[in-house]
Design a protein around this ligand. Structure first.
Ligand SMILES: Cc1cc2nc3c(=O)[nH]c(=O)nc-3n(C[C@H](O)[C@H](O)[C@H](O)COP(=O)(O)OP(=O)(O)OC[C@H]3O[C@@H](n4cnc5c(N)ncnc54)[C@H](O)[C@@H]3O)c2cc1C
Length: 410
């Protein structure tokens, strides 16, 4: 078969797969996307979208639409929970000469997915097939084929390339035999969502990180169904705690009250428990198969970098696939995709998300004093604060990837 006439296949209709479909589809390429869910997922995971990612979503006003349905958050804070001290505050306004988006946008990932799906509905060259599970992947030098279980049974689909955007347990990655090295945190992460207004009642901004020797907490606001919005609190839950206890009414009240005591019980509108990993695929390319998003890398959510990395993968990869399929560029640029995005995952996202967690959970008084003192000093020095923000907003890592060349320097 002539692979160039076949569609690009995408396994996974989470935000990364959908974005790939849109970035390819809007350039006129044929795309067929499969997702095993009957409809788009609605679970409350990612919200924070960093400046480096917003820059990539500027096409067709997507970043602006996300800000419209989400919240604009220029500031984030670090607090010492035992003393109640505001240790450091960072304002993205310091990046006003570095990016046209000197803020993060808090937009829940299901809303981002919905904004992309609306755009896909206008592209006749893109097929989005929910209720379709990719079960097998094979490839030759000329094409890639997937077996897909759908409502009408199992069918084969041939494509020019396959993007595995099928999440952390990726079938595509496993079918290609790509190792996913790293580790799993022993504690789980519990997300408790409440309408309690942490800004009005306690003076916390839309993204607040709390250090505590007994635990840690991220507390951030999402717009939900519109004003006044909801607050999500994320805590560690010990490996030894039974899930039924963690998730019980008494368990969730005890956890949130122990951190933020209140005379009234908290109204909890969602409770979700996640096992969290730090892993990166050995390669993001095997022949005509490319990995993007959580199928390629997973990390803890402190700092909000997982989906941001996935969106950056999608933008990088789709640009290169379009060059190959529309401008006859060499497919060697897909090796560059793998090297660029793997370097970002390993050198920045893994390193920083682990450091973020360790900073908040440190127990020894000297380590705590050192960590918090360092944050205080960085925030007080505008030049150091700018460097800190360039890194946390993922602009530094994007620059690092852009500087990589096709042939690695010897
Ligand atoms: C509590 C929490 C908070 C987070 N907060 C942030 C944040 O603020 N910022 C951030 O950047 N990241 C955050 N993340 C990470 C973020 O949620 C993930 O990185 C993101 O969901 C990855 O998107 P994805 O499209 O790659 O994968 P997924 O969202 O997992 O989507 C994969 C899709 O593929 C489908 N699928 C799976 N297998 C198959 C198959 N065989 N065939 C067809 N379809 C298949 C799945 O059903 C799913 O729809 C957070 C994560 C958690 C747990």
């Amino acid at each position: 078969m002539n692979a160039d006439n076949a569609p690009v296949l995408i396994a996974g209709g989470g935000p990364v797969g959908l974005l790939c479909a849109w970035l390819l589809g809007r350039r006129g390429l044929r795309v067929r996307l499969f997702d095993n869910n009957r409809e788009p997922q609605a679970d409350p995971r990612a919200a924070t979208t960093h400046p480096a990612t917003l820059e990539l979503l500027a096409e067709d006003g997507l970043a602006e639409d996300m800000a419209r349905v989400g919240l604009v958050a220029p500031i984030f804070q670090f607090w010492d929970r035992p003393s109640g001290e505001l240790v450091a505050q960072f304002d993205h306004g310091l990046l006003k000469n570095d990016t046209r988006y000197p803020y993060v946008v808090q937009c829940e990932q299901f809303k981002t997915a919905k904004l992309i799906l609306d755009r896909l509905g206008k592209l006749p060259n893109v097929e989005v097939l929910f209720g379709h599970e990719v079960t097998e992947v094979t490839q030759t030098s000329g094409a890639v084929t997937v077996e897909v279980r759908g409502p009408q049974g199992v069918k084969s689909h041939a494509g020019s390339y396959l993007i595995g955007a099928d999440g952390g347990r990726s079938v595509v990655r496993k079918q290609c035999g790509i190792p996913f090295e790293g580790f799993t945190w022993p504690e789980r992460f519990i997300v408790l969502t409440t309408p309690y207004d942490f800004e009005a009642e306690r003076g916390y901004c839309y993204r607040s990180y709390f250090a505590d020797p007994g635990a840690w907490c991220n507390c951030f606001k999402v717009s939900a169904d519109g004003p006044p919005g909801l607050w999500r609190t994320v805590f560690p839950a010990g490996a030894e705690e039974p899930e039924a206890d963690i998730m019980s009414d008494a368990g969730v009240q005890a956890r949130i009250q122990s951190f933020f005591p209140s005379p009234r019980p908290y109204e909890i509108v969602h409770r979700n428990l996640y096992v969290t990993h730090q892993r990166v695929a050995e390669t993001f390319r095997k022949g005509r198969v490319l990995l993007a998003g959580d199928s390629a890398h997973v990390n803890n959510p402190i700092g909000g970098m997982g989906l941001n990395g996935g969106i950056q993968d999608a933008a990088n990869l789709c640009e290169k696939l379009a060059q190959i399929l529309l401008e006859s560029a060499s497919d060697k640029i897909l090796d560059l995709y793998s090297r660029q995005r793997r370097a970002v995952a390993v050198e920045f996202v893994q390193e920083q998300s682990i450091a973020n967690k360790k900073r908040l959970e440190a127990r020894e008084p000297e380590a705590r004093a050192r960590n918090l003192g360092e944050l205080r000093d960085i925030a007080a020095d505008p030049a150091r604060a700018r460097q800190f923000l360039l890194r946390s907003s993922m602009l530094t890592s994007q620059k690092r990837a852009a500087a990589m060349t096709l042939v690695p320097p010897i």
